[in-house]
Design a protein around this ligand. Structure first.
Ligand SMILES: [Zn+2]
Length: 285
């Protein structure tokens, strides 16, 4: 009996100690493009990599996925619905869907959060039909009416378990409104209206106090915030729903980075920033 009791105590102890939050960038693919196409004033002679990732977050209370990146059906979605003239600019390389990577390790997701409903962030929704999807009302509405290339209707054709949310008037990190997901300040959503009507940013704070800010597509590149610099004008016209509002968000994050130099800002497609953090199954904790 004694060894059994010991094992039991060990198991209980192990459970209580595994409380720390952690996250991992699940990379599904990359798009090779030109520096100038991604940012105002960029070089046409320089290559730029746009990453496609989802963020897997293990919180004490739940396992979350921020965005779904390119999914199992992305080729079908892209070929049938993306306008032919947009395809060359948006074409991606080899895809390893998030669901494939997580299933391999038996990881179960409890909740999906969307930074916004654009095709390259929502493609994998269909791979997680059983998981509730959190988004502001404005973004759910946008996903129903926005045309390609921004939104591909087939990605929202299945029965999505939408969980519409509203922000509270609790200010956070310079934003007037916020939503503290678990009431512990570790995961806080903020409205970043501009790129889309319901674009959302996520502040993630680890137990040691290191804070990360996932900014979706407000800028594709970190330089967009350090500048601040807008996207290249053709790209901007193609993807930013409200140019002025998007620029205000760039300025806001620019200020935030000056006030809090320790903050790590992670734009959804910035390959340099993301490579420095590593990819799933590498965890940041
Ligand atoms: Zn976008």
């Amino acid at each position: 009996m004694r060894p059994l009791l010991f094992l039991l105590l060990l198991a209980i102890g192990g459970t209580t100690q595994a409380a720390g939050m952690r996250f991992s960038l699940v990379k599904t693919a990359e798009t090779e493009t030109r520096d100038a196409f991604t940012i105002e004033g960029g070089a046409w002679t320089e290559k730029a990599i746009a990453n496609h990732v989802a963020v897997l977050i293990e919180h004490h209370a739940a396992t979350l996925l921020l965005d779904t990146s390119l999914g199992r059906q992305v080729d079908q979605q892209f070929e049938s619905e993306m306008p032919w003239y947009d395809k060359p600019l948006l074409r991606y390389g080899k895809v390893t869907p998030v669901r494939d990577q997580l299933d391999r390790d038996g990881v179960q997701v409890d909740r999906i959060l969307l930074t916004h409903s654009h095709w390259d962030h929502a493609s994998g929704l269909a791979d997680f039909p059983e998981v509730p999807v959190w988004a502001p009302y404005e973004e759910i509405e946008f996903s129903r009416i926005a045309p390609p290339p921004a939104v591909l209707p087939s990605q929202f054709a299945h029965a999505i378990r939408w969980m519409p949310f509203e922000y509270t008037n609790q200010p956070f990190m310079g934003f007037e409104q916020s939503l503290d997901l678990f009431g512990d300040g570790s995961l806080v959503l903020v409205p970043m209206v501009g790129h889309t009507p319901g674009s959302t940013g996520l502040f993630l704070t680890l137990d040691d106090g290191q804070r990360y800010f996932f900014t979706g597509d407000t800028s594709w590149r970190l330089e967009g915030f350090t500048g601040p610099k807008e996207k290249f004008w053709i790209s901007r016209n193609m993807v930013d729903n409200d140019r002025d509002a998007t620029f205000k968000q760039l300025q806001r994050v620019h200020e935030l980075m000056r006030e809090d130099p320790a903050l790590i800002v992670v734009p959804a497609h910035d390959e340099t920033t993301q490579r420095s953090l590593g990819y799933y199954p590498n965890w940041i904790e």
